[in-house]
Design a protein. Structure first.
Length: 201
C-alpha cells in the first residue's frame, strides 16, 4: 500500500493518520519510542497493513504477472497501482471528495509540524507541486511517480519504463482491486478491534 491507501485505511483518528504518513520514515522498534503511545499505534498499523498486503494471494498473483526486469520491482508498481485504483474509485469508498481529503491531510500535518521528519516534509513539498494525492487518479501521474522512485534507487531498474507494461497490467489491477481492498479494510478493522480489546480502551 502507498500513502493514499494508508491514509484512507487509518480512518478519522489523528494518531492513526499520522502513523500512516510516518510509517515509511520510522524504522525499527527503537525509533518508535520517541513517539506517543497513540502515534506508535498508528505506525504499527501501517506496518501491519504492509505485511498483510504483501502476503495476500491476490497481490502475489499480480506480482507473478510481471516478467523480467519488472518482476523484481513489482511490489513498488503494485503499491502505486493500488493508490491509482483507490483514487479513481474514491467516491465508492469515502463520502468526502478526494480534494477535500487532501486538504485535511495538509491541515493534519500543519497541526503536528513538530512531528514531521525532514524526509516526509520533502515528500509533501513534492506532493503539493504535483497535486497529490488526488492526482493519483491520472495514469500519467502514477507513471511519473514510478519514474521518480526509479531515479532514487541506486541500482539499475525499469521503473522509468513501466508504461511499456501498464496497458496489460491495468485491467488485471482494476479487476483485483475491489475484493483486495475490501479484504484489507476488514483486516484493519479486526486488527484495531483486537488492540482495543487487549488494551481495554
Amino acid at each position: 500500500m502507498n500513502f493514499l491507501a494508508h491514509l484512507h485505511l487509518a480512518g478519522d483518528d489523528e494518531n492513526l493518520r499520522l502513523g500512516a504518513l510516518l510509517g515509511d520514515f520510522v524504522r525499527g522498534n527503537e525509533a518508535l519510542e520517541v513517539y506517543s503511545p497513540g502515534l506508535q499505534h498508528g505506525i504499527r498499523l501501517h506496518r501491519h497493513i504492509d505485511a498483510f498486503t504483501d502476503a495476500m494471494p491476490a497481490v502475489m498473483e499480480l506480482r507473478r504477472w510481471f516478467r523480467t526486469p519488472f518482476r523484481r520491482f513489482g511490489g513498488i508498481i503494485i503499491d502505486l497501482g493500488l493508490d491509482y485504483e483507490l483514487a479513481r474509485n474514491w467516491d465508492d469508498y469515502s463520502p468526502l471528495p478526494l480534494d477535500g481529503f487532501d486538504r485535511d491531510v495538509r491541515s493534519l500535518l500543519d497541526r503536528h509540524e513538530n512531528l514531521v521528519p525532514a524526509a516526509l516534509r520533502q515528500f509533501m513539498n513534492y506532493a503539493d507541486r504535483r497535486g497529490l494525492f488526488a492526482a493519483y487518479r491520472q495514469r500519467d501521474e502514477v507513471l511519473h511517480s514510478l519514474k521518480g522512485i526509479g531515479k532514487r534507487i541506486s541500482r539499475p531498474n525499469p521503473l522509468g519504463r513501466v508504461s511499456e507494461v501498464w496497458g496489460g497490467f491495468e485491467p488485471l489491477l482494476a479487476g483485483a482491486f475491489p475484493p483486495l481492498f475490501d479484504e484489507v479494510q476488514s483486516e484493519v478493522s479486526s486488527w484495531l478491534n483486537s488492540k482495543s480489546t487487549t488494551t481495554g480502551s
